[in-house]
Design a protein. Structure first.
Lengths: 464, 195
């Protein structure tokens, strides 16, 4: 995405406003994601042991985080014995340098890459492009957003914000498909042919990692398209990039996670491919880059370390009423939606201060999370910290201060209620003016009752 | 201090209190006939054509009937008796770029998700089950297990350098959530369950 024309938004609410200007698209986006949420519900209900699986997965991850240093060392030792080269990167910049060094060592100019949210987090594509390397994203959705010079808007469905006509237009421009063609099967076949040529002519493949097994020194990559396998098995060099929290203790733990992952993500019983890499081919070089990039700090935040249990299924994103109506780009962070909103402030609290507020705190995210992360509680906790640190916008902070004073003082509360009801009856239009009352922007104000519950109660209690 | 040391040091300092690793999950086994019925139902739901056959040679007869020209089929399973038989390794996966069909031995099949474990032990080259346009997997009836817990109890996934659970043909729904079969891997998948 070098020379990208894409400019990331800086404020969720403003970006959401913009997304919502296209009502037809928002409605479609909302329904498409809810449809996936429903498929997840059907899949989960087919397993009577679903809740046991969630609880077990959460406990395994708890054990991982409590022993992360020893599991990392164990993984490193076993991976090395398997003939895999292990690298450690403290931050995004070091990760990118390590990858570029491997590429340069082999004198490689172009490579294929399958989905890796970690490399999105590190902005690897930009970095490699700036260094003259041609990176081709091979996941269909990622290729679409790459051609559009945009970041993915969803961790599982990278181009869910795009309509098929827009994809058709992009493919017409870049892949030479027929003008106006927008049939998904036709466009997918065009991408298959276009990317097959890339697979066959690339000497290096980068993949992400879904799980890395401490006990065996291997790692697992899950895809539906088969792009990670096509890339890795045809390339002379395979680089797998992973966050340090992707470790699991034993291979048998995969049974729990692979049962949860795809069902939570798309409602499939398993992804088409769950590929277990333990050793390079005899004619191949295999690298793993273990990346911290803020994770070891998050590990020390007692209210937030649970977020490191995430297996990147996207269930919290699909179910989120705010995400569904605001779109992934409005989150201006590599990982959008509720989970992104609790990971992003750890990376940069000031820049991402708006994200924990992009939630209704309805708790749906927490209910669907396959590893039982208390996402909505963490969103609430982040709000407290962000306000304390002074990163809440002045108007919101002022409003909350006034509200807090009113709420804390019964007399003031009654006066405020009475005058509010009076004003709404006197001038019902006033509260509906967006500039005066942002709450009313997408909502109709309720009709104001004549009296408060308190007044009604006192009156009726006396009667009886 | 190297990044390795600084990361490990910070992880050690910040990690939460000790928590035990939960015990391995196991569920009561299902009767074999139920497992098989479930496998067929779920594998078909993910787009696999499931054929239950009496013998390996019955697979050969099926292929002959449906696909006629054996030149199009790369057969790595002895006893099928159809297609280009192959026993040794393949040096370069790129030579398979235009391969139409591959017959490959699977180690076991999983009823709950339709997946078949395919590993390097049975592959002349890793890319084979991904690069072929039509994948034909062969699994013995006694190797169909109920769920992933049973699968991992039977497999040591670290023995082969590479292995994968494969469930159905490759797919994508990235364009407007419309399911399209045949993304980068096979466009069609068969699983033959041999008695």
């Amino acid at each position: 995405m070098s020379s990208s024309t894409y400019i990331a938004p800086t404020d969720h609410a403003k970006a959401a406003d913009k997304f919502m200007e296209d009502e037809e698209r928002v409605n479609w986006h909302d329904k498409a994601l809810w449809f996936i949420r429903e498929k997840r519900d059907v899949a989960s209900k087919q397993l009577p042991e679903w809740e046991l699986l969630r609880e077990t997965a959460s406990q395994i991850k708890q054990n991982v985080l409590a022993n992360l240093d020893t599991y990392l060392e164990q993984f490193e030792q076993n991976a090395k014995q398997n003939g895999i080269t292990v690298h450690w990167a403290a931050d995004a910049a070091e990760h990118n340098r390590i990858v570029l060094d491997i590429i340069n060592k082999h004198g490689i100019q172009k490579l294929v890459k399958s989905k890796s949210m970690l490399t999105e987090e590190c902005h690897l594509n930009d970095y490699l492009a700036d260094n003259g390397i041609d990176v081709v994203d091979t996941d269909l959705g990622e290729r679409v957003v790459q051609l559009a010079q945009e970041p993915p808007s969803h961790i599982v469905l990278p181009c869910i914000h795009k309509r098929k006509e827009e994809v058709g237009e992009l493919f017409h421009k870049h892949l030479g498909t027929e003008k106006g063609a927008s049939d998904p099967a036709y466009l997918t076949e065009a991408a298959r042919q276009h990317l097959r040529e890339k697979f066959l002519t690339s000497d290096l493949a980068i993949t992400g990692v879904n799980f890395a097994i401490a006990e065996t020194g291997g790692f697992v990559v899950c895809t539906n398209e088969g792009n990670a396998d096509m890339g890795a098995h045809l390339a002379k060099v395979h680089i797998a990039c992973m966050g340090i929290e992707k470790i699991i203790p034993k291979a048998e733990n995969l049974s729990v996670f692979l049962r949860l992952l795809a069902r939570s993500a798309t409602g499939q019983p398993i992804t088409t491919y769950s590929s277990h890499f333990h050793r390079p081919r005899p004619d191949q070089e295999m690298h793993i880059v273990l990346v911290d990039n803020g994770r070891s700090i998050q590990l020390g935040r007692k209210d937030f370390y649970n977020s490191l249990k995430c297996i990147r299924c996207g269930a919290c994103i699909n179910t989120c009423p705010v995400y569904r109506r605001s779109g992934g780009h409005s989150y201006h962070y590599a990982i959008s939606g509720p989970i992104g909103a609790i990971l992003a402030p750890n990376m940069d609290m000031k820049k991402n201060a708006d994200l924990p507020f992009a939630s209704t705190l309805c708790g749906s995210c927490t209910n669907v999370c396959p590893v039982k992360i208390d996402i909505h509680n963490q969103l609430y906790q982040w709000r407290q910290i962000i306000a304390k640190e002074g990163y809440v916008p002045a108007t919101k902070a002022q409003g909350m201060k006034v509200m807090a004073n009113v709420m804390a003082n019964p007399t003031l509360f009654r006066v405020a209620g009475k005058s509010g009801r009076f004003m709404m009856r006197l001038a019902p239009g006033l509260a509906s003016i967006k500039a005066v009352n942002p709450w009313a922007k997408q909502r109709d104000m309720p009709e104001a009752p004549k009296e408060s519950f308190r007044d009604w109660y006192i009156k009726n209690k006396k009667k009886s | 201090m190297s990044s390795r040391e600084s990361i490990l040091k910070q992880v050690k300092a910040n990690k939460p209190a000790a928590a035990p690793l939960p015990a391995t999950l196991a569920f009561p086994p299902l009767p074999a006939a139920d497992v098989l019925e479930k496998y067929v139902r779920i594998a078909e739901a993910v787009g696999t054509v499931v054929m239950q056959v009496e013998s390996l040679s019955a697979i050969g007869a099926y292929l002959k009937k449906h696909y006629e020209t054996p030149e199009r089929v790369l057969n790595t399973v002895k006893g099928v008796g159809f297609g280009q038989e192959l026993s040794g390794p393949i040096e370069d996966g790129h030579t398979l770029a235009n391969l139409e069909m591959a017959v490959v031995q699977g180690t076991l099949a999983v009823a709950e998700n339709g997946a078949v474990w395919v590993s390097e032990e049975h592959l002349p080259i890793r890319v084979l089950p991904f690069i072929t346009e039509h994948l034909m997997l062969v699994v013995s009836e006694q190797d169909v297990v109920n769920n992933m817990h049973e699968a991992y109890a039977r497999l040591d996934v670290s023995v082969p350098g590479f292995g994968a659970f494969i469930s159905g043909p490759s797919r994508t729904a990235d364009i407007e959530q419309s399911l399209v079969i045949g993304a980068h891997g096979p466009k069609r998948a068969h699983v033959f369950i041999v008695k």
